[in-house]
Write a new protein. Structure first.
Length: 504
């Protein structure tokens, strides 16, 4: 019977790693959006979808945020490592020599000892600590006093300590792992927020570049009209139909149009650089090709639908909920730590003595020992642990209030986004009508001028009015596009629009 128990103890040393409940190492990883070293090609027509794809693969902010996800995934592995076994090995050689003849006392003059020890220590998911050890001692004495010589002494032992109150329980010991897992979820949500923000920034920058280029075209047309008026006024001044004042007014109109065109050219170049910056370009040698207005369709909006999408898909509320879960795990541990420390412990050990190393393992194990006991430790008053628990509860309640605040902010933002779409939709329609009226007014004023019924000053005024109307119509269209993009950002529906899949 002792031999079978000893062998069981040896086998237990080998299977201790399997006794620990391991958490799943898998964690959702973020999607790769392409090679950031791939050169940018923006020649020809520049598609908004391509710009979004380039930005998500190359933009520095997106790339930096990826590493926070990787760090969070590694944090799970770090917490899981707490429950991984630790293997140990130790080998020693010791020689004891005596110059005094001690044989008459029954003591050898020379003793050589070789020791090899193996150990495994592990913490189980229940909070228990397990230690298993095996050692073998080879001893050679000179002169021989006690057969066999050399002799082999084997020893195997296992001990277990299991907390019953403080530090006990699966939920308590898994809390750190679960906290790290929630951290991965939060990091993925933050990455999702970064992606949504980047999409919105690319859309707005693209629309702004589109607006600046269209405005530049309007200024070019205005300059052509102003130059045409100057040419006509110069000819009419030579024929005596108009005065020098008419020519000077026309020259002033040309100079003003040229100045605005120069300023607009600078603005266009700045807008191109802003787009290239979002796309992660570092050389700024790429020319941005043609950008076009997307099909402008005012969507049907509904607060209930958009708000539900924002709650279900938006990362802000999800981050707040995940943070509440983390604080609840901290509160659970703090509550358990208020309990006294009560541990049950036990151990079993066997020893053998043989003439060979093999016999010390497979032979008889005549000697054994065992221990069992309880350990109780109660801090006086538990004041510190109680205070920590109250702090943890305060963090939970504070984060719950912060969640309500974030929900309120989301409601306001969705309402504002819907109102912006409705307002700018009306603005597009009214500005388009205003442009038509301004065009008609300019054509009539120009016709009157050609007939000699209007002054060149009135023509210049009419040109400026038409220019303002055309620019206002462009601004209204861009405002509507930006409002639609902002609502998609809040809903999280930009990901579906550009077919982007992200982990939850």
């Amino acid at each position: 019977m002792p031999r079978s128990l000893a062998r069981a103890a040896l086998a237990l040393i080998c299977i201790i790693p399997a006794l620990a409940a391991r958490a799943d190492d898998s964690a959702p990883a973020i999607e790769s959006f392409g090679d950031p070293l791939q050169p940018i090609n923006l020649s020809g027509a520049v598609n908004l979808t391509d710009c979004v794809s380039l930005a998500l693969g190359r933009n520095f902010s997106v790339r930096i945020q990826k590493f926070t996800v990787y760090e969070a995934i590694d944090s799970v592995a770090i917490q899981q490592a707490t429950f991984e076994p630790v293997f140990g090995f130790n080998a020693n050689k010791q020689v004891q020599q005596s110059t005094v003849n001690e044989s008459e006392y029954g003591i050898p003059n020379n003793v050589a000892s070789d020791t090899a020890a193996f150990s495994i220590n592990d913490t189980l998911i229940t909070g228990a600590t397990v230690a298993a050890n095996y050692s073998i001692l080879r001893q050679n004495e000179s002169p021989d006093f006690y057969p066999p010589d050399p002799s082999y002494t084997g020893a195997v032992s296992i001990s277990v300590t299991q907390p019953l109150l403080q530090h006990a329980g699966l939920d308590y010991n898994r809390a750190a792992i679960e906290n790290a897992r929630i951290g991965v979820r939060i990091s993925n949500l933050n990455f999702k927020s970064t992606v949504l923000t980047m999409i919105l920034n690319v859309e707005n920058t693209y629309y702004n570049l589109l607006y600046q280029r269209e405005q530049y075209k309007v200024q070019e047309d205005n300059l052509k009209q102003a130059q045409q008026l100057l040419d006509e006024n110069t000819i009419r001044r030579q024929t005596g139909v108009l005065t020098d004042l008419d020519v000077m007014n026309a020259k002033a109109g040309v100079a003003s149009a040229q100045n605005l065109l120069i300023l607009d050219q600078q603005t266009v170049r700045n807008s191109e650089d802003s787009l290239l910056q979002l796309l992660g370009d570092r050389e700024f040698k790429n020319a941005v090709g043609e950008v076009r207005f997307p099909e402008l369709v005012e969507p049907e909006v509904s607060f209930d639908r958009s708000y539900k999408l924002a709650r279900d898909n938006g990362p802000s509320l999800a981050v707040a909920l995940a943070t509440i879960e983390q604080y609840k795990l901290s509160a659970l541990k703090a509550k358990r730590d208020m309990l006294p420390e009560l541990n049950v412990n036990g151990g079993l050990g066997y020893g053998s003595y043989a003439a060979t190393a093999g016999q010390s393992i497979t032979g008889s194990w005549p000697g054994y020992n065992w221990t069992a006991g309880l350990t109780l430790s109660v801090p006086w008053g538990l004041k510190a642990n109680k205070a920590l628990y109250h702090q943890a509860l305060s963090q939970v309640r504070s984060q719950e209030v912060a969640y309500d605040q974030a929900d309120q902010t989301l409601v306001v933002n969705v309402r504002s986004a819907i109102r912006a779409i409705e307002t700018f939709g009306q603005s597009v329609r009214s500005s388009a009508e205003n442009t038509q009226f301004a065009t008609k007014a300019y054509e009539l004023t120009k016709a009157q001028f050609d007939a000699g019924l209007a002054t060149s000053y009135l023509v210049l005024q009419s040109q400026n009015t038409l220019e303002t109307a055309r620019v206002s119509e462009l601004q209204a269209k861009v405002n509507l596009l930006s409002a639609i993009a902002n609502l998609r950002f809040l809903e999280g529906s930009s990901l579906q629009l550009y077919r982007i899949n992200l982990p939850d």
